[in-house]
Design a protein around this ligand. Structure first.
Ligand SMILES: NC(=O)c1ccc[n+]([C@@H]2O[C@H](COP(=O)([O-])OP(=O)(O)OC[C@H]3O[C@@H](n4cnc5c(N)ncnc54)[C@H](OP(=O)(O)O)[C@@H]3O)[C@@H](O)[C@H]2O)c1
Length: 244
């Protein structure tokens, strides 16, 4: 992997270099979003994101997890991508420890309906107690079933109030949050103007018509971004944009 912008770098980047290229502000909150898209804008291939990304994408995803307190992910993505408990390898646990972080990030699941089973290994085998973010009504109705395996935060009535959810996470010390999707959650985050940074892997593929984009749901306001870097590995590009 090499740096193309702001300064073209002929030397391959180490894992440490890559983590340093995605900094987190000391003592300040950050919501970083990470997605992969084909060149023609598809967010999935054969219904999932995994076949879109190559080894470079998997490497960046793993290293972004080094530098976060929590991984925020919506129910649809958890179901389709088959999220297993967030368990970090030894090398990356060491990298997390060097940054004063817990060995593994906390999984934060966003759901309106909370149609999950508390006996699901995603909860029971999680190395860090997961957090479920849902509406007040759902938290009252079914939150109690998850009391043994997760913390349940109920905020908002129709939809989860994502600003209040991030406040509640920050109160628990989860200040650097990595959002891994999916498109409906990103739509809500853009609408609420909560996205501080978006990292996009451009996968060297033309998928053709059919799949959705990285964002879905009702229209939102336009948000302006500034380009922070471009990395490249083989034919994949890794774009990092921050709030303008
Ligand atoms: N290319 C990539 O990088 C990437 C990344 C992630 C996902 N994906 C793909 O995206 C697809 C899944 O997308 P999706 O349309 O199902 O979107 P999603 O955003 O992953 O999930 C939608 C579900 O999440 C919950 N949710 C999302 N936003 C919410 C909000 N503001 N308030 C309350 N609940 C909220 C709801 O869960 P309940 O139904 O439980 O109420 C909703 O039905 C999969 O095919 C996956 O492969 C691609």
């Amino acid at each position: 992997m090499r740096r193309l912008w702001p300064v073209a770098d002929p030397d391959p980047l180490s894992d440490e270099d890559i983590v340093a290229a995605y900094p987190t502000p000391d003592g300040q909150r950050l919501l970083r979003v990470n997605f992969v898209s084909s060149v023609d804008g598809a967010v999935t291939l054969e219904g999932r994101s995994a076949p879109l990304g190559g080894p470079g994408d998997r490497r960046v995803l793993g290293l972004l997890r080094v530098n976060c307190d929590a991984v925020l992910v919506a129910a649809g993505t958890v179901r389709v991508e088959g999220y297993s408990p967030l368990r970090t390898g030894e090398d990356r646990q060491r990298m997390r420890a060097e940054r004063g972080r817990t060995p593994d990030p906390v999984l934060v699941l966003v759901t309106r309906r909370l149609g999950f089973d508390p006996a699901d290994p995603r909860f029971t085998l999680a190395p860090q107690r997961p957090v479920i973010v849902t509406t007040e009504g759902t938290a009252t109705r079914v939150g109690g079933r998850f009391a043994e395996v997760a913390d349940v935060i109920g905020v908002g009535t129709e939809d989860v109030d994502l600003a209040a959810a991030l406040d509640a996470l920050a109160e628990r010390g989860l200040v650097h949050v990595l959002c891994e999707g999916g498109p409906h959650l990103l739509g809500s985050l853009i609408d609420a103007d909560l996205v501080d940074e978006i990292c996009l892997t451009v996968a060297p593929k033309l998928v053709g018509p059919g799949p959705g984009r990285i964002v879905a749901g009702p229209p939102t306001a336009v948000r302006e971004l500034s380009l922070a870097h471009i990395l490249a590995a083989e034919d994949e590009l890794f774009l990092r944009y921050t709030r303008a």
